[in-house]
Design a protein around this ligand. Structure first.
Ligand code: FES
Length: 158
C-alpha cells in the first residue's frame, strides 16, 4: 500500500488506495505481440465503452445519435475511411459496389439491383451499436449486450 500518512491527503484517496504492484518496465514484446493484441481486442476493446467524439460534432436529421459498425453488410467493405468523417453527409455509400444507406442505417438504394439477387432488402441495414452520451461526450460500445453507459460509469449522471 502507498503511504497515505501525509497531512494533505484527501480522505477519498485514503479510502481508495490501491495496492502497489511494482513499477518495473513493461517488456517491449508485450506492445508488439500479436497474441497480446488479439487478447486485448477480445477481452477489453470488444466489450468496452469507448469515447468517439464530442456531441456537438454530430447533427442527425432526427436529432438522434447513432453508431454503426463501419462495415458493409454485403461484403464487409469499410464504408467510411479512417481519414473521412460522416459529418455533413446525407447518406452513406459503400465504395465497393456502391450500395447506399440512410444515416439511420436503413438500406437506401442498391444500384444495379439485378446484380445482387441474394440481397434481402428488409434485413440489409447497417449494424447498429450501443451509443450514448455523457457530459457532451459520445461513447460507443462494439458489444450489443453491453451494460448501459451510466452503469459502466458507476452511476455518473447522464
Ligand atoms: S461490399 Fe459494400 S456494396 Fe458490396
Amino acid at each position: 500500500m502507498y503511504d497515505l500518512t501525509g497531512e494533505d491527503v484527501p480522505p477519498a484517496l485514503r479510502e481508495q488506495a490501491a495496492e502497489f504492484l511494482g513499477d518495473e518496465d513493461v517488456p517491449f514484446e508485450r506492445y508488439a505481440s500479436e497474441d497480446v493484441y488479439e487478447a486485448e481486442v477480445e477481452k477489453v476493446w470488444a466489450h468496452t465503452w469507448q469515447w468517439a467524439c464530442r456531441e456537438e460534432r454530430l447533427r442527425g436529421a432526427d436529432a438522434k445519435i447513432r453508431a454503426f459498425a463501419n462495415c458493409c453488410p454485403h461484403r464487409g467493405m469499410q464504408i467510411v475511411g479512417s481519414r473521412e468523417t460522416g459529418r455533413g453527409r446525407q447518406f452513406l455509400r459503400c465504395p465497393f459496389h456502391g450500395i447506399f444507406f440512410e444515416l439511420d442505417g436503413r438500406l437506401r438504394e442498391i444500384p444495379c439491383r439485378w446484380d445482387f439477387p441474394r440481397v434481402q432488402e428488409e434485413n440489409f441495414g447497417l449494424d447498429e451499436l450501443p451509443c450514448d452520451v455523457w457530459g457532451g461526450l459520445v461513447f460507443v460500445n462494439p458489444d450489443k449486450n453491453a451494460s448501459p453507459l451510466a452503469e459502466y460509469l458507476d452511476g455518473q449522471e447522464i
